[in-house]
Write a protein that binds this ligand. Structure first.
Ligand SMILES: CC(C)(COP(=O)(O)OP(=O)(O)OC[C@H]1O[C@@H](n2cnc3c(N)ncnc32)[C@H](O)[C@@H]1OP(=O)(O)O)[C@@H](O)C(=O)NCCC(=O)NCCS
Length: 143
């Protein structure tokens, strides 16, 4: 298994978008528009691969000079619960630290809060809705 940053528009990126559709959008009857994806040109795209098979991914989107948002966290459904999400979070945190960010935040689906709590993320504030699902803002200070 290998974790790496991938390039927007690459064949690996196409696999990542397909995985995100499968795990995060299709079950909700949603997809991505070209506009949704266009902003990702300037974001940090992270994925885990086993040879040419994509296992999981996330996107890091800078908010300002010291805060970066982790989003689009997804692991292939038949291999969830085997530590892949944990390895992606750890890699994403290293990338964020290397790039000089002090905090990672995320809009966590309520069903994933327990996952992020395992890595020291804390719920901040009240429930809000995105893609028709309840979410909470979570945050962790790095280092
Ligand atoms: C949430 C998700 C990314 C976690 O990845 P994963 O590879 O399944 O998780 P891991 O196997 O690395 O789990 C790490 C730890 O978190 C726990 N965990 C995993 N998913 C959890 C969840 N939804 N709630 C609570 N704890 C969870 C595991 O039990 C494990 O605990 P342990 O270290 O005590 O054994 C993955 O299950 C997924 O893609 N879910 C569907 C999409 C989703 O909800 N994405 C997040 C949107 S905010």
């Amino acid at each position: 298994m290998g974790l790496k940053q991938i390039d927007f528009g690459s064949a690996e990126y196409e696999l990542m978008v397909e995985l995100r559709k499968q795990i995060l959008r299709t079950p909700l009857g949603l997809s991505f528009s070209d506009e949704d994806l266009a902003t990702e040109k300037n974001e940090i795209l992270i994925a885990s691969f086993d040879d040419e098979e994509i296992l999981g991914c996330c996107v890091l989107s800078p908010c300002n000079n010291n805060k970066i948002r982790l989003r689009q966290m997804a692991v292939k459904d038949d291999i969830q619960g085997k530590g892949i999400g944990a390895s992606i979070i750890s890699f994403a945190e290293s990338v964020a630290v290397d790039k000089g960010f002090d905090f990672i935040i995320m809009h966590a689906r309520d069903t994933a809060i327990g996952f992020y709590e395992k890595f020291g993320y804390k719920v901040m504030g009240d429930v809000f809705y995105e893609v028709n699902l309840p979410h909470h803002l979570m945050e962790k200070k790095l280092i």
